[in-house]
Unconditional design. Structure first.
Length: 427
């Protein structure tokens, strides 16, 4: 049986050496893939497992970042924020130093921009809040209740109800601040703060609800009141910022590019959520580095896992390669054939891993993964594994490259053997 197989292969090599047509090389490479079915299956399993692991890890990281990003946007920052020019380089000493006075003109211009869904006015300043038993320093944020409710889908009302436009004396308190003051919806609260001109103003309000956002620090220091109430306390019609909500987070850069020169002409500046969310930037950088290390580890594992199989296969076929060179195939053609076989092996294994990884990702996402609260947060979330086309392509390429790397050494070593020594392996 062995001699018959070699004879058949020799005839194929004679035809190959006579024509050297690429289709003949590809056909021969494909025929050689599964000559050792068990070894090929184990090799494919190693490749597929590595690729599937990359896809699952990438999908998990992508979902974590997307959920964190949307929580940041939908609970506090919006997609863009517009300030008076110079705000980004100013100190935090005077909250009224950079105010937007001509709010109407700015709002009209912002709403004319592409991809803009809403433009929300905010007035923010520090103050002192008291419930009659204890005092706390707090960050007072005047908002438009109905508009903020549409934007703030990531804010959870854990007690009471949201602010309404009709709440002329209502206040919404962060969870941490409510716990510190031991207050609940219905309790009275006094806000004392400096007005724009320097005088001290106060307002007697009643708590309508307690909220929880993505940030524990924000919840521990913030109260939200209707914009009109905040403007009465600050004695001004101006606002601190205009928060811009877009139709899709992916359009942030486009909207920023459109708005910045136009708002700059009226002495306003635009900042994106990425510039404002320092915590998100640090988290994203950390995950990217961790995943880069994971990719490298999986690449090394696949290379070493496949290398033994590839080397063993090449060693067993030394006589075959000697026959090929004896009937006229060049050493370069032999090396190319070996690399081509392993490239096809890597492509099949990577494709299987991509399909398998995607199937597992969909199955896991149908159920979800309960996760503990992330750093600086007080509530957990349900994670999913997203199928990211770019990561599928990268993982596929890593699987193929790993097999090609494992095949380089045999492809260099085997063709260099003397033909006579290689032919002795057929005996």
């Amino acid at each position: 049986m062995r001699c018959a197989g070699i004879g058949e292969l020799s005839q194929s090599m004679l035809r190959l050496s006579a024509s050297m047509h690429w289709t003949a090389v590809v056909t021969l490479a494909l025929r050689n893939l599964f000559r050792q079915k068990l070894r090929a299956a184990l090799t494919l399993a190693a490749i597929a497992t590595g690729v599937a692991a990359l896809i699952l890890a990438a999908g998990f990281v992508e979902d974590t970042l997307i959920q964190l990003r949307e929580s940041v946007i939908r609970s506090q920052l919006g997609h863009l924020q517009v300030y008076r020019a110079g705000f980004s380089v100013s100190s935090a000493g005077n909250p009224y130093e950079f105010m937007i006075d001509d709010v109407g003109a700015a709002i009209r211009l912002i709403r004319s921009a592409p991809h803009v869904d809403a433009a929300l006015k905010r007035l923010s300043f520090p103050g002192l809040i008291s419930n009659g038993r204890a005092d706390r320093g707090a960050f007072i944020e005047g908002v438009e209740p109905s508009a903020e409710e549409e934007l703030g889908t990531a804010i959870t009302i854990i007690a009471g109800r949201p602010l309404k436009d009709a709440d002329l004396d209502g206040v919404l308190v962060g969870e941490g601040l409510a716990n510190a003051l031991k207050v609940v919806p219905g309790d009275a609260l006094t806000i004392l703060a400096s007005a724009r001109q320097g005088a001290l103003n106060s307002a007697e309000l009643r708590i309508v609800g307690v909220f929880r956002s993505y940030s524990r620090e924000f919840d521990a220091a913030t109260v939200r009141v209707p914009l009109g109430v905040a403007q009465e306390i600050a004695a001004t019609d101006a606002v601190s910022a205009i928060v811009v909500s877009l139709d899709d987070t992916a359009n942030t850069a486009l909207a920023h590019h459109w708005l910045q020169p136009r708002l700059g002409a009226i002495r306003l500046e635009v900042r994106t959520w990425q510039e404002l969310a320092e915590f998100y930037q640090a988290t994203e950088a950390l995950y990217e580095r961790q995943f880069a290390v994971l990719r490298f580890i999986i690449l090394v594992l696949v290379v070493f896992g496949v290398a033994s199989s590839v080397n063993m296969s090449a060693f067993e076929r030394t006589g075959e390669f000697g026959t090929m060179m004896a009937v006229g195939a060049t050493r370069r053609a032999v090396a190319g054939l070996l690399l081509l076989e392993n490239m096809f092996l890597g492509m099949i294994g990577s494709a299987a891993g991509a399909v398998g990884g995607s199937a597992v990702a969909m199955a896991v996402s149908a159920v979800g993964i309960p996760m503990p609260p992330p750093p600086n947060a007080s509530v957990g979330y349900t994670a999913y594994i997203r199928i990211v086309p770019a990561e599928l392509a990268v993982s596929f390429a890593i699987g193929v490259c790993a097999v090609m790397l494992a095949a380089i050494l045999p492809a260099i070593r085997v063709p260099r053997l003397p033909i006579v020594d290689a032919l002795r392996r057929n005996i």
